[in-house]
Design a protein around this ligand. Structure first.
Ligand code: FAD
Ligand code: DHB
Length: 390
């Protein structure tokens, strides 16, 4: 089997890349090790930058996001027991959209399959060969058990943080920039009406909490916890007591309801350098991971493939490798900005297990500055709503 581009992974990066390539007349095959059903029911991110929504709309995948998602023109930063609004629309004229990642994936998968895309769900034993030659190969076992080889000109490694593609860059040529955090996020889905009109990012002496939303009847909430926490050890009452204690202050209370999904996600920062090796190009979580506080993960994955698609288009049109050679450096500028923003939001809002009274007061001073200075609030608003796509 042959295609111009072989894509490993049908997440936001791989699916969006295949769509952008198809529009440029470049054929691709996606090799994915999970089933379509599993992908479409995995709960992950919820916030789309305005540029991500614009991109989905421009390429015909945005109708449901616009109809069923919700535009948010600001967020609340809550600290010292009071809320302080950051007015995105007023400060930078941009907004974000609440629309869950698995719904974005449903839209991308349906659209790509309707356009005749070749997506091999349920592949196993996926390996890469000859990525430094001009005929790299993705070898895998198809869902029906057939050993298959996909020969291509270029491989796009879009296989997420636990994928295999990154490891095709030899250890001696790869630097793993990594940072772990001493906490995770305990996330729940709740059947209840909204507690607040916008997302509430809360700093408290008991730790961080985030009040987000999915639909008028389903809410998403998170609170900082031990990264090793077993979510099943928590009764519903204990979860509510902890969340209410973190957001308490000026009379604000969360509307409680049945908790129907729970889990703990780790927090880490990671960047792989370089993002490119021979004919292999990494994009999205395969190349970098951010802690979720800045809501950047999915958006960054999409931003990478916009840069990569443009470089591949130039390559297949004219044979020029200039943009492909510069892919890593171009993408890295946004990647490191997002790394900084996600780290900054995380360190400003979470309490560290070995933190002191000094650290707490420094965080409160920073939050006070960000919410009372137009310059500070504008910095946050610009970053959260997303820098312009390249
Ligand atoms: P992925 O979405 O990870 O897609 C990679 C795909 O590759 C997957 O479908 C996977 O099955 C496939 N794959 C993996 N290995 C192989 C292989 N060997 N062969 C073939 N296919 C393979 N971000 C936020 O902004 N906010 C959040 O709240 C948030 N929550 C998250 C919760 C969890 C549990 C995780 C894991 C991530 C979360 N993220 C969040 C991050 C966000 O979801 C990711 O940044 C985003 O999914 C990145 O997209 P991607 O396409 O690069 O990778
Ligand atoms: C959600 C996730 C995030 O990481 C974030 O910063 C905001 C909202 C969410 O799942 O709704």
């Amino acid at each position: 089997m042959r295609s111009q581009v072989g894509i490993v992974g049908a997440g936001p990066a791989g699916l969006m890349l295949s769509a952008l390539l198809a529009e440029a007349g470049i054929d691709s095959v996606i090799v994915e090790n999970r089933s379509r059903e599993e992908i479409e029911r995995t709960i992950r991110a919820g916030v789309l930058e305005q540029g991500t929504v614009d991109l989905l709309v421009r390429h015909g995948f945005g109708a449901r996001a616009l109809a069923e998602g919700a535009r948010h023109d600001g967020i609340e930063l809550r600290f010292g027991g009071r809320g302080h609004r950051i007015d995105f629309a007023g400060l930078v004229g941009r907004s974000v959209w609440l629309y869950p990642q698995h719904e974005v994936l449903k839209d991308l998968i349906a659209g790509r399959l309707a356009a005749g895309a070749d997506i091999r769900f349920g592949a196993s034993d996926v390996t890469l060969r000859d990525v430094t030659s001009d005929r790299p190969v993705i070898a895998f076992t198809d869902a029906d058990g057939t050993p298959t080889e996909l020969r291509c000109d270029v491989v796009a490694g879009c296989d997420g943080s636990a994928g295999i593609c990154r490891h095709a860059i030899p250890d001696a040529e790869r630097t793993d920039h990594f940072r772990a955090y001493p906490f995770g996020w305990f996330g729940i889905l709740v059947e209840a009406p909204r507690s607040a009109p916008e997302l509430v990012y809360t700093h408290s002496e008991r730790g961080f909490a985030l009040i987000s939303t999915r639909t008028p009847d389903v809410q998403r909430m998170y609170f900082q916890c031990d990264p090793e926490e077993d979510p099943d050890r928590w009764s519903d009452d204990r979860i509510w007591a902890e969340l209410q204690a973190r957001v308490a202050g000026d009379g604000f209370r969360l509307v409680e309801g049945p908790i129907f999904q729970r889990g703990v996600v780790p927090m880490r920062s990671y960047v792989c350098h370089p993002m490119h090796h021979g004919r292999l190009f990494l994009a999205g979580d395969a190349a970098h991971v951010v802690p979720p506080t800045g809501a950047k993960g999915l958006n960054l994955a999409v931003a990478d493939v916009v840069v990569l698609a443009r470089a591949l288009e130039a390559y297949f049109r004219s044979g020029s490798t200039d943009l492909l050679d510069g892919y890593g450096a171009t993408a890295a500028r946004r990647v490191w900005r997002a790394q900084h923003f996600s780290w900054w939001m995380t360190s400003m809002l979470h309490t560290s297990p070995d933190g002191s009274g000094y650290d707490l007061r420094r965080q409160l001073a920073e939050l006070d500055l960000v919410t009372s200075s137009t310059a500070g609030a504008t910095f946050l608003a610009e970053a959260y709503t997303g820098w312009p796509l390249a």
